[in-house]
Design a binder for this molecule. Structure first.
Ligand code: C2E
Ligand code: MG
Ligand code: MG
Ligand code: MG
Length: 281
């Protein structure tokens, strides 16, 4: 009897594994089809200079539109794309679209694109970024790449070379989601980052909790020791914004300042901002 149920369990397990494999293959096909059918969209979330309140640039965030009112968030398909090898194809699409859009904004505001740590396994990332800059005509200084900290580089030496290649193109590199993963002092010292984004989980009890305040102040001090530009993400309240200003955090991003929005809405925001600046001048 026990053997019987053990076998049933095994059958169940084997079926589950087959289903999982099937659904992963299925997902890979769906992503490929979505690329072909132009179902991906970029939303832009504004990033502000905290001291003067100027609009500094925007982070490009991918959305998958499966129906007119149906969206799949990146957390649900980026990890799968990283597994099935489609991430580079997605990134190429994101880079192209983001660079073309940013060029159309005019001015000198940057666009920030998320790149998966997995893509640092191969040196072709440098060539791909060089190509997209050349084809779009966007100055390299207006492109920033965000690399999430919660995945370690499998081949640190390789990753270092890729980063150096990107830096020599003139592109800026930022550690994303700092304070959630493995990155420590050594990481900031080894890799040629220009900036650091404090993970939004640290904003949760900030500024009420003394501990959260100390941690954020500590990360800011740490970033400063490495001459990194500091951005706080996930700013949802005025109290958070004010305290970050007091701590001399340089840039900020979050629902309180602006939600991710379609290109048209971001362009309107840009126009309004430029107009206000002209009126103030
Ligand atoms: P991330 O790079 O850390 O992006 C910030 C995420 O926080 C975004 O979620 C954004 O919508 C959200 N967010 C911004 N402000 C606030 C706030 O005030 N409160 C809260 N609760 N959330 C806020 P989103 O767009 O769902 O993206 C999730 C993650 O997916 C991103 O985290 C990034 O790691 C990844 N991702 C997004 N687009 C791309 C892409 O084009 N390529 C790659 N490789 N990854 C991407
Ligand atoms: Mg990011
Ligand atoms: Mg982040
Ligand atoms: Mg992230």
């Amino acid at each position: 009897e026990a053997r019987e149920s053990g076998r049933n369990q095994w059958v169940w397990y084997a079926n589950e594994m087959a289903n999982l494999r099937e659904s992963k293959r299925d997902m890979a096909r769906r992503i490929e089809r979505a690329l072909k059918n132009d179902e991906f969209r970029l939303h832009y979330q504004p990033r502000y200079q905290l001291s003067g309140g100027q609009l500094a640039g925007a982070e490009a965030l991918i959305r998958w539109q499966t129906a007119p009112d149906q969206w799949i968030t990146p957390d649900r398909f980026i990890p799968l794309a990283e597994e099935n090898g489609l991430i580079a194809t997605i990134s190429d699409w994101v880079l192209k679209r983001a660079c073309e859009d940013a060029l159309a904004w005019g001015g000198d505001r940057y666009v920030s694109v998320n790149i998966s740590p997995i893509e640092f396994r191969t040196t072709d990332l440098v060539q791909r970024v060089a190509n997209v800059l050349k084809e779009s005509g966007l100055p390299a200084t207006r492109l920033e790449l965000e690399i999430t900290e919660n995945v370690t580089f499998e081949h640190p030496q390789q990753a270092l070379e890729v980063m150096q290649g990107l830096r020599s193109l003139g592109v800026r590199l930022t550690v994303d989601d700092f304070g959630t993963g493995y990155a420590a002092l050594g990481y900031l010292k080894t890799f040629p980052f220009n900036g650091l984004k404090i993970d939004r989980s640290w904003m949760k009890d900030f500024p009420e909790s003394q501990q959260a305040q100390s941690v954020v102040a500590g990360i800011i001090a740490l970033a400063r020791a490495f001459a990194l530009t500091i951005t706080a993400e996930g700013i949802e309240t005025e109290a958070q914004l004010n305290q970050l200003k007091i701590l001399s955090c340089e840039e900020g991003q979050g629902y309180f300042l602006g939600r991710p929005m379609p290109l048209a809405a971001f362009s309107t925001l840009l126009e309004r901002t430029t107009q206000n600046n002209r009126e103030q001048a």
